[in-house]
Design a binder for this molecule. Structure first.
Ligand SMILES: *[C@@H]1O[C@H](CO)[C@@H](O)[C@H](O)[C@H]1NC(C)=O
Ligand SMILES: *[C@@H]1O[C@H](CO)[C@@H](O)[C@H](O)[C@H]1NC(C)=O
Ligand SMILES: *[C@@H]1O[C@H](CO)[C@@H](O)[C@H](O)[C@H]1NC(C)=O
Ligand SMILES: *[C@@H]1O[C@H](CO)[C@@H](O)[C@H](O)[C@H]1NC(C)=O
Ligand SMILES: *[C@@H]1O[C@H](CO)[C@@H](O)[C@H](O)[C@H]1NC(C)=O
Length: 326
């Protein structure tokens, strides 16, 4: 008789455990996604008037993130990593709001957080699963010799990179992709593609993506321009949509001119003032007073929110004396 009562008691405890487990399981953790270096809100609410609030990062060995009791923040035990980056909404604590604000979020902040609140009557716990994202901001593409390089920096989580060409039948299998993680745990990605001399007669695109966003850069087939007098006009890639940013560069390094969006005005960089005659609506650049020193590669880069379009133009001076052709 006594034995069976104990058994019934055990069954009851097991039943309660299962129930509690299921309840926690069904309720799950709240997913919060925040952007690298931005501000982040970890929500937490409770019933009653909290006397004690403790925030912990449980996935990092139960680090103390922020505590509040005796009507004030208690930061003596706060982990060094969160110093100066946390706050509660003190004026709303009495209204059941124990949400934590975290600023300048790092990749290391990713993980599971526990919000513990205790009121006179009871204590409550809730969990937040924080994910950090550093979206792909810009994809760079350029060609030097017969190597096309595509790259982007400061991405999280780990990105993927894919090449494609304008003529889908031609493969882009000869690529080498390198991914490096920085000290702040962000990813730099870079890929190079070797093109045969005959294979440069098409456009190459490179797409870098995470599961949250993607950006593309296209390198248009190169053009060769000769100038016969001291003036010439070089074209940008064809662009059906309006672009938000234009930059012209010389030999992959020097900036010549930039223009943003629908602006009519443009900024000319030092050393190029007397050579930039005009920048057209479509971005084409008219140069004047050119000398042999201006021979080289002129890159036009147009970008908008999704895509960067690049064309590289090789500009050479036409031999004037009709003599030796190089
Ligand atoms: C707590 O207060 C902040 C600031 O007013 C608000 O953004 C947030 O939504 C509130 N959270 C909850 C759980 O009430
Ligand atoms: C890839 O490029 C290397 C270096 O130019 C070359 O030796 C190799 O044959 C290429 N492979 C393919 C499959 O094109
Ligand atoms: C990642 O890219 C940034 C920006 O170009 C650079 O400063 C940094 O050194 C790179 N880090 C690694 C590990 O490649
Ligand atoms: C595509 O590749 C073939 C060889 O496989 C080559 O003959 C052809 O020129 C390439 N097309 C372009 C547009 O580069
Ligand atoms: C620009 O690059 C070309 C080769 O593409 C080179 O011949 C020329 O000397 C370079 N010009 C300057 C000013 O660096």
């Amino acid at each position: 008789m006594k034995h069976s009562r104990i058994m019934a008691g055990i069954k009851c405890v097991v039943f309660l455990l299962v129930l509690t487990f299921q309840w926690t399981f069904i309720r799950g953790d709240t997913e919060v996604s925040c952007i690298f270096m931005e501000r982040c809100l970890l929500p937490c609410s409770y019933d009653g008037t909290a006397v004690v609030i403790h925030w912990h990062q449980v996935s990092a060995g139960d680090l103390n993130v922020h505590s509040f009791y005796n009507n004030q923040d208690q930061l003596k035990l706060q982990s060094e990593r969160f110093r100066g980056r946390t706050s509660l909404f003190n004026d709303q604590i009495s209204a059941g709001n124990a949400s934590l604000q975290l600023t300048k979020v790092e990749v290391r902040d990713e993980g599971k957080y526990k919000c513990y609140t205790s009121t006179d009557g009871e204590s409550q716990k809730s969990f937040i699963n924080l994910k950090i994202r550093a979206p792909v901001r810009k994809v760079n593409i350029q060609q030097v010799g017969n190597i096309i390089t595509c790259s982007s920096e400061g991405i999280y989580p780990e990105p993927e990179l894919a090449w494609s060409t304008s003529s889908s039948s031609n493969s882009t299998s000869n690529t080498t992709t390198t991914v490096r993680q920085t000290e702040r745990l962000l990813y730099n990605i870079s890929s190079s593609l070797i093109v045969s001399d005959s294979g440069t007669d098409q456009d190459y695109s490179c797409t870098i993506s995470t599961h949250r966003n993607r950006k593309r850069a296209t390198l248009f087939k190169p053009a060769s321009v000769c100038w016969s007098n001291t003036e010439t006009t070089i074209l940008c890639p064809p662009s059906d949509t309006s672009f938000s940013y234009l930059i012209w560069r010389f030999n992959h390094s020097q900036s010549i001119v930039t223009r943003s969006g629908a602006d009519i005005s443009y900024t000319v960089y030092a050393g190029w003032e007397q050579h930039v005659k005009h920048v057209s609506e479509s971005g084409s650049l008219t140069l004047r007073d050119l000398t042999a020193d201006h021979e080289g590669i002129y890159t036009c880069e147009l970008s908008d929110a999704e895509e960067t379009k690049v064309s590289e133009n090789e500009i050479r001076m036409m031999p004037t004396d009709g003599g030796e052709v190089p």
